[in-house]
Design a protein around this ligand. Structure first.
Ligand code: SF4
Length: 456
């Protein structure tokens, strides 16, 4: 069969898309790029906002309209959150949430799509939506192990996503992840090393370690370990492949991790994404975040002291219930004092089943819009300062975006997005050194490097 796998969500969802595609191919089916040419559409949905929910429904309706007879399998967070709604959409033959992302189930579902109608087996009972938090460790077994989904194939992406952790044991009041992804589970270090080695052996220039709550990696394993321990093992094997970390909560950046990053700067990207969400302690308490604003400032200062040329990005939620002007000003002041390099700004989106969904007072949409605009201005300024900091300097760039007839784009080790001075087929997917132009947006790659020789 021709199977199209699409992911709507985060890096973790895209890593799972790669794993599902790998399993589709291993089961002898063809992976195709668009639903229009497919027999089956596997859509991995997202539930981070109400907008994401709507996008999933819209995508299914459009795909089925454009390809009559298309069979649709829905997985992911929205499928876990609203299984009945998903099952009611025309063309949907299976709803498997996140619990159904297992190699064995994927093969079965593709064997006889439609033979496994949406059933309670793969649906998260409503009670779990609120009862999940504090589920005893014993119940972890009801959730698939990270290893149950194969690794992404090396061809999947220039910058490969390596899923090393899933689920979360925290309970931030606005977040839907714990009920739909279950408790934290980690991929054992030996299996991470094996999957990493496969990617490195295939010449993948960059591997991004990802998870639902990466900072808690290894806490559920026996013997217990942590992200610093894992990274320390991987740098020994990295060869020409560099490693990037996805999001970490500010209080999870410990000295052990900084030691590995500082000691292996040629292998571990000097880039950290530290979600702040709010710079006001009253709001952070309302969000049930596990740190105070001071911890973010301290983490940034400690990181910069150890890795001076590091890039630091963050996430901020604008409009959390009870966020007044003073609280938002505190957030902006902290971002400016910490000199963050970029900000991903999100409008608060109440998710049913979360504690924050019923919190008051709500912030008017117009005010939220103004706050998002202000955060984007701060991000723009931070990004311009980052580009100026690197202008004229030599960087290690991986060209990962090469749209047909378009500009060749890449990303430096410090997460600077750069355009190639001119398109060269040999540079596509390559990791090379180049000099950042005065504008800070372009990279000049000397001819010798145009051979696409991997690695600085
Ligand atoms: S730490 Fe909080 S925001 Fe992050 S996944 Fe867990 S509950 Fe969600």
């Amino acid at each position: 069969m021709k199977v199209c796998v699409v992911a709507h969500g985060c890096r973790l969802s895209r890593a799972e898309q790669d794993g599902i595609e790998a399993e589709v191919a291993r089961a002898g089916h063809d992976v195709v790029d668009t639903p229009a040419e497919a027999d089956v559409l596997w859509l991995d949905t997202c539930a981070v906002t109400a907008r994401a929910d709507a996008d999933a429904r819209k995508a299914v309706r459009r795909a089925v309209r454009e390809r009559p007879g298309l069979k649709v399998i829905l997985s992911g967070c929205y499928a876990a959150l609203a299984p009945e709604t998903c099952a009611s959409l025309e063309g949907v033959v299976a709803v498997v949430g996140n619990q159904g992302k297992r190699a064995d189930l994927i093969a079965d579902l593709l064997e006889t799509p439609g033979a496994c109608p949406p059933s309670s087996a793969h649906l998260v009972p409503a009670s779990a939506l609120t009862a999940h938090i504090g589920v005893p460790r014993a119940r972890r077994g009801t959730w698939p192990a990270v290893a149950d989904l194969p690794a992404s194939s090396p061809r999947a992406r220039t910058r490969a996503l390596l899923r090393v952790q899933d689920g979360c044991d925290h309970a931030c009041s606005y977040c839907i992840v714990p009920p739909v992804r279950g408790p934290s589970r980690s991929l054992p270090p030996r299996e991470v090393e094996r999957r990493f080695a496969d990617l490195a052996a295939a010449g993948v220039p960059e591997v991004v370690l990802t998870g639902a709550h990466l900072g808690t990696y290894g806490r559920d394993l026996a013997p217990r370990t942590d992200l610093a321990g894992l990274l320390g093992r991987l740098v020994e094997r990295a060869g020409a492949t560099r490693i990037r970390l996805s999001s970490l909560d500010p209080h999870e950046v410990d000295d052990a991790l900084l030691d590995v990053m500082a000691a292996h700067g040629d292998r571990v990207c000097p880039h950290l994404h530290l979600p702040l969400q709010s710079g006001d302690d009253r709001i952070l308490r309302g969000m049930r975040r596990a740190y105070a604003a001071r911890a973010f400032a301290d983490a940034v200062a400690r990181v910069r002291a150890r890795i001076p040329h590091v890039t630091i990005g963050t996430d901020v939620i604008a409009g959390f219930p009870g966020e007044d002007d003073a609280a938002f000003d505190a957030t902006c002041d902290l971002l400016l004092r910490a000199r963050v390099d970029y900000v991903h700004a999100f409008a608060f989106s109440p998710r049913s089943g979360t504690a924050a969904a019923t919190m008051e007072p709500r912030v008017p949409p117009r005010v939220v819009g103004d706050r998002i605009a202000r955060l984007r201005r701060i991000s723009q300024a931070g990004n311009e300062a980052l580009a100026a900091r690197w202008a004229g300097r030599t960087v290690d760039v991986v060209f990962d975006r090469f749209p047909r007839g378009g500009v060749l784009r890449g990303v430096s080790e410090a997460y600077l997005r750069l355009e190639a001075d001119r398109d060269r087929p040999a540079l596509r997917g390559a990791r090379v050194r180049g000099v950042v132009a005065a504008c800070g947006r372009r990279v000049v790659v000397p001819p010798v490097e145009a051979t696409g020789a991997a690695g600085p």
